[in-house]
Design a protein around this ligand. Structure first.
Ligand code: FAD
Length: 226
């Protein structure tokens, strides 16, 4: 299937147009892509039997498309052909500790993507989407590990969501009450940054002797995630 290159800016829709804290919104596609590329776990919002359900799950991005996958037995992924879903990705960069509790907040980068997903049926398309997902979460593993066979593909549902309708918000910086009357309280205020990093690889206790961790896994130790 061929896909055209998406435009550089996101077109706001009725539901993606920010109403509150508009200054934190971005309509740059590059911001959307960097939020999506910085993570690999999303929250997938679906309606199941008329009720909302929000499922944490792994995703992958390739150009203007996002992929999520799971078991064919997963009811959350058994989307009706015309049912919309919403995928949210969040990175917490720190706490904003203000003078007043009211002004406390979170520094973050987050994205929300809306749309009707396409359920991939073709084995070649599914395999490519699983390559994208694997590469997104664990670069190098698609080339290193055994790839899915036909039976495993048949047991896997893959949804493709276009990045056409999406919103991005980025919140950064110090508390807002430095010039307010609360500044006279003499209380400390500022930010408490939060970062996560990959640890050293831990070998499977059942690993046969002599098998060492591949370079692409070792290289991630100590690097930042998110
Ligand atoms: C880690 C984290 C913690 C937060 N904690 C709080 C909290 O405790 N209280 C609080 O009020 N808000 C919090 N927010 C902000 C919250 O996500 C909303 O942006 C905010 O509450 C405004 O919501 P709204 O529905 O009134 O926005 P509106 O401006 O009405 O939203 C319009 C549209 O903007 C888009 N949008 C809104 N928020 C986001 C977002 N965060 N990321 C991407 N697109 C978005 C959506 O497409 C939405 O439909 C938090 C955000 C993050 C990431």
């Amino acid at each position: 299937m061929t896909h055209t290159e998406p435009p550089h800016t996101l077109t706001p829709t009725d539901r993606t147009r920010p109403r509150r804290m508009k200054e934190q919104a971005s309509f740059e596609r590059s911001d959307l892509e960097s939020v999506l590329d910085a993570g690999f776990v999303c929250h997938l919002g679906v309606i199941v039997d008329g009720a909302p359900r929000v499922l944490p799950t792994v995703y992958g991005r390739d150009g203007g498309r996002l992929y999520v996958h799971g078991s064919v037995a997963s009811r959350s992924l058994a989307a009706d052909p015309d049912t919309e879903i919403c995928v949210t990705v969040t990175h917490v960069d720190g706490l904003v500790l203000a003078r007043s509790v009211f002004e406390h907040g979170v520094n973050y980068r987050s994205a929300m993507v809306y749309g009707v997903p396409r359920v991939l049926a073709d084995d070649a398309e599914k395999t490519e989407a699983l390559r994208v997902l694997t590469h997104h979460a664990a670069p190098g593993q698609w080339e290193y590990a055994r790839r899915p066979d036909r039976k495993e593909l048949a047991a896997t549902t893959v949804l493709e969501l276009s990045l056409e309708e999406a919103s991005v918000k980025i919140s950064a910086g110090p508390p807002d009450d430095g010039r307010s009357p609360d500044a006279q309280l003499g209380r400390w205020a500022g930010t408490l940054p939060l970062t996560s990093r990959w640890g050293a690889p831990t070998a499977d206790p059942l690993l046969a002797p002599g098998i060492t961790a591949p370079a692409h896994v070792v290289a991630r130790a100590g690097t930042r995630q998110g």
